[in-house]
Design a binder for this molecule. Structure first.
Ligand code: GLN
Length: 275
């Protein structure tokens, strides 16, 4: 069977899990063959040599298992990151958080940043690429995340700018000066029924407590306690009111909420005023 026929044969099996079934078969095929889309274009009529392997991946993908875990890759900020099971898959809206942080950091000389919940490393790695003189401490409670983030830091050659520490939120954060804390923490309500595909991702990267915003509030408390001036966080689309009220308790000179690509409330940037 040719490559073209093979793609046509398997695409219908993914109809229930994606709106781009043919494209996904192509991605999996190229992943197996380690080729790029131009190669595919030129070789449609060639014999397909990897049908057994492809069939296996398609079967797994048809259970809603994420494509990114199958290919160990996800794109973020125009770059291809390594991803692995047990670590959250990067989401495009987190690019907006990085953009907000960059706007502030580019005006600070030798900025010191703390990232809470580094996951795959996307935020810290892109910030390190964008701001060459930055120094980042990046923490996560999950060993798999720390190891993966280290791999990505190495891939993008920013290892010298990031120190990784295993820590539950601020628990093991060293007592030093930071200009900014940044986080895309778990913020989903504990009893929220996740879509089938998201169930394959680690729950300690997703659930933020009974209300959902408990960890965000903890991060706000600790940012203030540690006298960190800027805090940039992603949040749930329905958490603006409660976080707005919460932040009002603390002295601050600026608070901006921002929306994601779907025009849903998705995060905030606050500038605290410390005594
Ligand atoms: N910082 C990582 C990301 O934004 C991980 C976030 C998390 O695990 N909640 O993807």
């Amino acid at each position: 069977m040719t490559i073209e026929q093979t793609i046509k044969k398997y695409a219908p099996l993914l109809k229930e899990v994606t709106h781009i079934p043919q494209k996904e078969v192509e991605i999996l095929l190229l992943f197996i063959l380690d080729k790029n889309p131009i190669w595919l274009h030129l070789n449609y009529k060639q014999e397909c040599t990897c049908e057994t392997e492809l069939a296996k991946l398609i079967k797994k993908r048809a259970t809603d298992f994420p494509l990114e875990y199958l290919t160990s890759r996800a794109s973020f900020y125009g770059e291809s990151f390594i991803v692995k099971e047990n670590v959250l898959i990067p989401r495009p809206e987190t690019e907006l958080l990085v953009e907000r942080a960059e706007l502030i950091l580019k005006d600070i000389k030798n900025p010191k940043v703390l990232e809470i919940g580094v996951g795959s490393g996307i935020i810290s790695v892109i910030l390190a690429k964008l701001i060459p003189n930055i120094q980042i401490i990046a923490v996560d409670i999950n060993d798999n995340a720390i190891n993966l983030a280290k791999l990505n830091a190495k891939k993008f050659d920013v290892e010298h700018q990031i120190t990784f520490i295993k820590s539950d939120l601020f628990e093991n954060v060293p007592d030093q000066h930071f200009d900014m804390c940044i986080s895309n923490p778990p913020y989903i309500q504990n009893d929220f029924k996740l879509p089938r595909n998201v169930k394959f991702e680690p729950s300690n990267a997703l659930f933020g407590g009974h209300e959902g915003d408990e960890l965000l509030k903890d991060i706000i408390d600790n940012t203030v306690k540690n006298k960190i001036k800027f805090l940039c966080c992603e949040m749930g689309f329905d958490q603006k009111n409660s976080l707005n009220k919460y932040i009002a308790k603390f002295n601050h000179t600026k608070l901006d909420f921002y929306k994601d690509y779907e025009k849903l409330d998705r995060g905030f940037v606050v500038e605290f005023k410390h005594e």
